[in-house]
Every structure is written in C-alpha cells, then in structure tokens.
Design a protein around this ligand. Structure first.
Ligand code: G
Ligand code: G
Ligand code: MN
Ligand code: NA
Length: 257
C-alpha cells in the first residue's frame, strides 16, 4: 500500500498522535501555553513528520477529518491538564490548521462544538494559520476567520515573514498574534545582524498594532537574550523543549517551574 491509502486508515487505526511544545514568556521563561503538533505513528516506519503527510492529507481532503481530530484531541488534553495540574488553568492551546479547513462550510460549527464538548474557554484556543497558504482567497478566509473571532477564538499568523502578503493579512484579518518564523530567530545571538533588525522590526510592528508576538525556533541562550533586548514577549523552541507526547508534559511542567 502507498502512503496515501495508509493515511486514509491511520485515523481509524488510531495511528495519529498529538505532541505538545511549550510556549514561554521571554522575560520569566514561565509557560503560557502549548502548541499541538500532529505526528503519524506508522506501524512500520515509526513516527512520521507532518511535513511529510500533511501535504498528502491536503491533496486528498483527509485534512478535514484529521484536522478535526487534532482539534478535539488537543482541546480534551488541554482541559485535562487544567483540571489535573496545579497552575495549568491559564494555559492556552495552539492548534495549526490548513486553509482547506477554512473552506469547509462546517468548520466554524466544528470548532464551536469541539469547544463546547471540551468545556474549555474559547479564548484559550489559538488557531494558527500559515500566511502563505491563506493568500489565494483572502475574502472567503476573512469571513470564516471573523466568525471564529466572534466565537472568542484567538488567531495567530504562523511562519510570519516568509509568506507574500503579511502586512495585508494583518490589516484585513482578525489576528491577535504573530509567530516570527524561525528562519529569522535562528539568526539572532550574533549569527546574523540583519536577522536581529528584522525581528526588531516585526516586534515593533506588532506593538504598534497591539498584537502579541511569539518567536519560534529558539535554540540558544544567546537567542533568548537577544529576544529580551528586542522586547519580544513570547517564545518557543528546543531551548525549552522539543514537542513532547502528552504523558511527558506534567513532568516537564514540574521541572520547569
Ligand atoms: O512538528 P513539526 O515541526 O514537525 O511540524 C511541521 C509542520 O507541520 C509545521 O509547519 C506545522 O505547522 C505543521 N503541522 C503540525 N501539526 C499540524 C496540524 O495538526 N495541522 C496542520 N495543518 N499542520 C500541522
Ligand atoms: O510551522 P510551525 O511553526 O507550526 O512549525 C513548528 C515546527 O517547528 C515543528 O516541526 C517543530 O518541531 C519545529 N520546531 C520547534 N522548535 C524548534 C527549534 O527550536 N528548532 C527547530 N529547528 N525546529 C523547531
Ligand atoms: Mn505552528
Ligand atoms: Na511556524
């Protein structure tokens, strides 16, 4: 069987997993939330990256049921942590979604239903959209995103700076958070002076638009110190943790605090 037909069965066979990467406050390094990142636990090939199977899921339309499953799974997990872990009540949960899900007429109802079933406050859910894929039909996207915004859900522009119409999106879409792509963050800490200027410019832009900022892909203390100097509020990256399976999160939280 090829990967495509195997993916079609992966959901039914219980082969998808959601991993979680902490998002921290740059000044205190305290955890503010988690990003949910899907993996495929393939029976023969082992853990497969979403970079490999999300494109297949998008081409085949399987991204709709897979995306819905990830959303429900991540919300249930976040609610579980909130009730089980002291101090976890304020943590947000960020879920990636594909522009194809935006085109699904049921998407807003699915999100609303998933929130209601989980018992989680809509403001705790941050939906991350990649700007490059959103480009094609910004009017239709805006309509759906406005409906999600009306539910109280928060929206993040993922991979900011790598797409084509970033500034137009900020102007026209109900976005509250910019996630600075790790290609810029990787140049911090003296690696590349231009990268620091670019990150500073994005942080300034976010501040003047009253948006939150998450710097992605922070791997070194030098990068963290640069982010403090620049004034970025939030960050995530291997410096704190790789994406972890949910059973490892309570222990990670205890070590981090
Ligand atoms: O976790 P990792 O770094 O391998 O993720 C690689 C890419 O896959 C990232 O761009 C991420 O946004 C995307 N991705 C991870 N999980 C999901 C998901 O549940 N839905 C969608 N659409 N993309 C995801
Ligand atoms: O596109 P998105 O931002 O959703 O992608 C998240 C991806 O980035 C995941 O594949 C995750 O594993 C990866 N990632 C998270 N932190 C780091 C990091 O510090 N360094 C690198 N190289 N990748 C990271
Ligand atoms: Mn993301
Ligand atoms: Na990103």
């Amino acid at each position: 069987l090829d990967l495509e037909s195997q993916l079609a069965r992966a959901l039914d066979h219980n082969e998808l997993r959601v991993y979680y990467q902490p998002i921290v406050d740059v000044s205190t390094e305290g955890v503010v939330g988690f990003e949910a990142l899907v993996r495929w636990a393939h029976p023969i090939r082992g853990l497969i990256s979403p970079l490999e199977f999300i494109p297949i899921a998008e081409q085949t339309g399987m991204i709709i049921p897979i995306g819905e499953w990830v959303l429900r799974e991540a919300l249930a997990q976040a609610q579980k942590w909130r009730t089980e872990i002291p101090g976890a009540a304020a943590l947000s949960i960020s879920v990636n979604f594909s522009v194809l899900q935006l085109q699904d007429p049921d998407f807003v109802a699915v999100v609303a239903d998933a929130l209601t079933r989980s018992g989680l406050a809509p403001t705790a859910l941050h939906l991350e959209i990649t700007e490059s894929v959103m480009m094609n039909d910004i009017e239709a996207a805006a309509e759906t995103l406005n409906a999600l915004h009306a539910l109280g859900v928060r929206l993040s522009l993922d991979d900011f700076g790598t797409g084509h119409a970033s500034l137009g999106h900020l102007d026209r879409l109900p976005v509250q958070t910019i996630k600075i792509d790790r290609s810029f963050v990787g140049g911090l800490g003296g690696e590349n002076p231009k990268a620091a200027s670019i990150v500073q410019a994005i942080v300034n832009l976010a501040r003047s638009l009253d948006l939150d900022v998450v710097a992605e892909g922070v791997e070194t203390v030098e990068q963290l110190l640069d982010l403090r100097r620049i004034g970025a509020r939030l960050a995530q990256g291997f410096l704190w943790s790789r994406p972890l399976p949910p059973q490892e999160i309570p222990q990670w939280l205890m070590r981090a605090s």
